[in-house]
Every structure is written in structure tokens, then in C-alpha cells.
Ligand binder design. Structure first.
Ligand SMILES: *Cc1c(COP(=O)(O)O)cnc(C)c1O
Length: 467
């Protein structure tokens, strides 16, 4: 299909997620047609290095025949059956076993969903039922974090702390509140990172005391915030948070939808940070994005109570444990394991990216370059002041659009540029990624800074609106 024909159909009928429909209609979409390894291709013949692994999910990279064959074989055998009404099937039973094998020791059960958002809806249902069964039905409040992301269903967006989402379609689910995020560059530079990390944990404790410890069910957080801007907490943060939660007997929910399946160089982000979460929502990299599947890994404490107390848990999805999705997820985990990909991220690719990525910190536009495992962020600042650009300039979006034209997918969250490439990326491809990122930064600087002196602001504004 020709680019324009595809764009026309899309414009006429397709409402995209997280999109200004009208603006997109005027601009038209890039059409992605095929992909292999770490590269995507568009309908105009451009090859683009996918620095975002799709949407944080294509951990094994594109074009893996084994996953295609696992799906085809399962579809021929049993394309669909439900897991309600006392039934199961081999792929879901095997996947459950494999996941619990990879998860921390105290995790021995999994509840399947179709996505990460549904996983977090499940979390909310589970923690409230858990405390009710414990004879503490007043333990209902769930504390999330500002700028945290837990999906886009009503419960997911309520648990998340994305203000623009709360402003649309509310009111949010009651009984959820948010505390400050451990975002040192954005909010803590007046202190050392370590002092700031402790202050964030102290803010959590303060909120618990305000709500009353007997009323707080759980704290939910991503080990590293993804959609919020690839925000790695200061080293002091997680140990201090763990201590607070233990002190008041509050469940920890570690949202592993991005951090899980090797992103940080461990099977789960919780293992990297030494967390022992009670619940771990998963999705995305679980199937390397080849088919939609999510779930909640449930620690013994919660699982034992849900099981022992008996009584039906009135919750589940038509596609909970979908056999084809489960078969693909299982094959995906087997390949990650057989190819030693998680270890390679930990021992080789993560450290290599850290070294190369840090070099971008010397670019005049970059206020901070940080990475962990195969996740990285660049904070764009105005070289004249070392502070953020005027928001109206949309520096991040401009840089993102320039990246696309230089041949790199790098996402912008405000003026934070983020990457999360497939875990199968090579050192050479990391070199290419860093080179393309620098090229895009140069061009962004040229458009925002060099032209500022020369161009009247009207010209600059015309550029931005297009971006
Ligand atoms: C993407 C994401 C979700 C939501 O997953 P969907 O599959 O899009 O519903 C939840 N939590 C985190 C941390 C995510 O990154």
C-alpha cells in the first residue's frame, strides 16, 4: 500500500492512543512496514534504529522465527480456550511454571491478563481483597507516585501519577493517593542525590501517617520509572522505602512491566534493587511484544491468603492465559535464557551503553546523561542557562522528530530524551545509536540555539508547531 493511501485510511478512521487526533490528521503518520533485529523500516524506504524496542517491549528484537513458529503451532493445536470454569491447557501451565522459576523465591503464583493495565487493575482488586481476608478491611488506601505510570484503564491511570491523565475522564478510583517521585534531576538538585532519595522515602512515611497506617494497603512503584522519563532513583531510595513499608506492614507492588525480562540486567528490576515485592505486574517484554499478554506475579504471602481463605475471586479476563500468547511468551523466555541475554545486558551491553551514553553528557544541550542496563535518558537544557528550555519551544518533541529523520527512534518525555533498545542490540549498534543521538542533538541545538540569535522568533515558532 502506498504511503499516502495508508495515511488517508488511517486519517479517516483510526483514533490513535495518546494522540492529538486533529494535529495528527493535519500532519499524517509515518507508516512502518517491516522490521528485523533492532531496525524498523518505513514505507518511504528508510531504515530506522529502534531505540525504544517498539514501546519498551521488543526485548528479543524483530523477526524471530521461533516466536512466529510457536504462535503458528499453538494456533493449529488450540488457538484459544479460556481458563475459567476449572479448565487449563499446556502452554499456560508451562508458562506459569517458567515465570515462577525465574521470579524471586517467594513468588510461586501468577494471574494472567491481556496487558499491563489489566495487570494493575488486578493488583488493585487483589490487595484490597487480601486485606479484607486478613480481617483488616479498613486497609484500603493505595499509595502511588507522581509521574508514575501503571497503564491507561481507569484503575491503571488512577494508580499512575500522570496529572494530564487524571484531568481527563475522572474522577479517579477513590482511595488512591500519590507521593513525590525520586527524580533527582527534575526535583532534587538542591540536595545530594542520596539526601534526596531519603527525603522521598520520608515523604512516603509522612503520607502513611497522615492516612493512618491501619488504612494503607499497598505502595505501588516501578523499580525504575519508564514512561515518566527513565528515572533511576538515587541508591538511598529503595532501601529507605523498604524499611518504611516493613515498619507499617504495607504491601509492596513493584510494577515490572518495563523493568522485567532483562531490561536492567536482571530478570526483574526487583532483583536488581533487592526488593521483595508482594505483587509484580508484568507485560510488554514477557512476549517481546509479539502478542499481547500480561499478568501479576503473586508472592506467597498474598497467594496463600487468597487460596486458603477460599471463596471465589470475582475477577478475570476472556484472554487471561490465552494459549497462543502463552506459547509465544514461553518461547520468548526460553530464548532469553538459552541465549544468555539477561546476563549479557548485565555484564557487557549495560556497562558498554553506560560508557558510551555518558559521553553524550558533554554535549552542550545535555544537562544529565544517565543509564541503567539498557535504559537511558538525556535531560535537555538550554546551554545559555543550564536550565530547562522554555516549555513552549517543545525542545524534546523537536529532538524526537529530528531523531526520526536521522534514523533513530528516541522518545521524548517533556525535555527528557529516552531510549530502551532491544536487548539483542550489539556493541556496534550501540555505537550507531550514540552517533545518531549526537547527530540529532547537534541538529536540535542548531535549530534551538544557533538560530535563536539569527532568526526572529516567528520563524522559530513555525518550526516548533510543525514539530
Ligand atoms: C506500559 C506500562 C503499563 C501498561 O501496560 P499496557 O500493556 O499498555 O496496558 C503498566 N505499567 C508500566 C510500568 C508500563 O510501562
Amino acid at each position: 500500500m502506498q504511503t499516502q493511501a495508508c495515511q488517508a485510511l488511517d486519517r479517516a478512521h483510526h483514533l490513535h492512543p495518546f494522540t492529538d487526533f486533529k494535529a495528527l490528521g493535519e500532519e499524517g503518520c509515518r507508516v512502518i512496514t517491516h522490521a528485523e533485529g533492532v531496525y524498523i523500516h518505513d514505507s518511504e524506504g528508510h531504515r530506522i534504529l529502534d531505540g525504544m524496542a517498539g514501546l519498551w517491549c521488543v526485548n528479543l528484537g524483530y523477526g524471530r522465527r521461533e516466536l512466529v513458529e510457536a504462535a503458528a503451532a499453538q494456533m493449529a493445536e488450540l488457538p484459544y480456550y479460556n481458563t475459567f470454569f476449572k479448565t487449563t491447557h499446556p502452554p499456560v501451565a508451562r508458562l506459569a511454571e517458567k515465570l515462577c522459576d525465574l521470579a524471586p523465591d517467594h513468588v510461586n503464583h501468577v494471574f494472567f491478563t491481556g496487558s499491563g493495565s489489566e495487570a494493575n487493575d488486578t493488583v488493585l482488586r487483589m490487595v484490597r481483597r487480601y486485606w479484607a481476608l486478613q480481617g483488616k478491611p479498613e486497609k484500603q488506601w493505595v499509595i502511588g507516585r507522581e509521574n508514575g505510570y501503571h497503564g491507561s484503564t481507569v484503575a491503571g491511570m488512577s494508580l499512575g501519577g500522570m496529572a494530564p491523565m487524571h484531568d481527563q475522564g475522572g474522577p479517579c478510583v477513590p482511595g488512591i493517593t500519590h507521593v513525590r517521585q525520586p527524580y533527582w534531576f527534575g526535583e532534587g538538585r538542591d540536595q545530594s542525590p542520596e539526601a534526596f532519595g531519603r527525603a522521598c522515602a520520608a515523604a512516603l512515611e509522612e503520607r502513611i501517617l497522615e492516612l493512618g497506617e491501619d488504612n494503607v494497603a499497598a505502595f505501588i512503584a516501578e523499580p525504575v520509572q519508564g514512561a515518566g522519563g527513565a528515572i533511576m532513583p538515587p541508591a538511598s531510595y529503595w532501601p529507605a522505602v523498604k524499611a518504611v513499608l516493613a515498619k507499617y506492614d504495607i504491601l509492596l507492588v513493584a510494577d515490572e512491566v518495563i523493568c522485567g525480562f532483562g531490561r536492567l540486567g536482571a530478570w526483574f528490576g526487583s532483583q536488581h534493587f533487592g526488593l521483595e515485592p508482594d505483587l509484580m505486574p508484568i507485560a510488554k517484554g514477557l512476549s517481546s511484544g509479539y502478542l499481547p499478554i500480561g499478568g501479576v506475579l503473586v508472592g506467597d504471602r498474598v497467594a496463600d491468603t487468597l487460596i486458603e481463605a477460599g471463596g471465589e475471586f470475582f475477577h478475570g479476563f476472556t484472554y487471561s492465559g490465552h494459549p497462543t500468547c502463552a506459547a509465544v511468551a514461553l518461547k520468548n523466555l526460553e530464548l532469553l535464557e538459552a541465549e544468555g541475554i539477561v546476563e549479557r545486558v548485565r555484564d557487557d551491553l549495560g556497562p558498554y551503553l553506560a560508557e558510551r551514553w555518558a559521553e553524550l553528557g558533554d554535549h552542550p544541550l545535555v544537562g544529565e546523561a544517565r543509564s541503567l542496563g539498557l535504559m537511558g535518558a538525556l535531560e535537555l537544557v538550554d546551554p545559555a542557562t543550564g536550565e530547562r528550555f522554555d516549555k513552549a519551544l517543545s525542545a524534546g518533541n523537536l529532538c524526537r522528530d529530528i531523531c526520526f529523520t536521522t534514523g533513530l527512534v528516541m522518545r521524548s518525555v517533556g525535555d527528557t530524551m529516552i531510549i530502551s533498545p532491544p536487548l539483542v542490540i550489539t556493541r556496534d549498534e550501540i555505537d550507531e545509536l550514540v552517533r545518531l543521538a549526537r547527530q540529532a542533538l547537534d541538529e536540535t541545538a542548531h535549530r534551538l540555539v544557533d538560530q535563536r540569535a539569527a532568526a526572529p522568533s516567528a520563524t522559530l515558532h513555525a518550526e516548533e508547531t510543525r514539530a
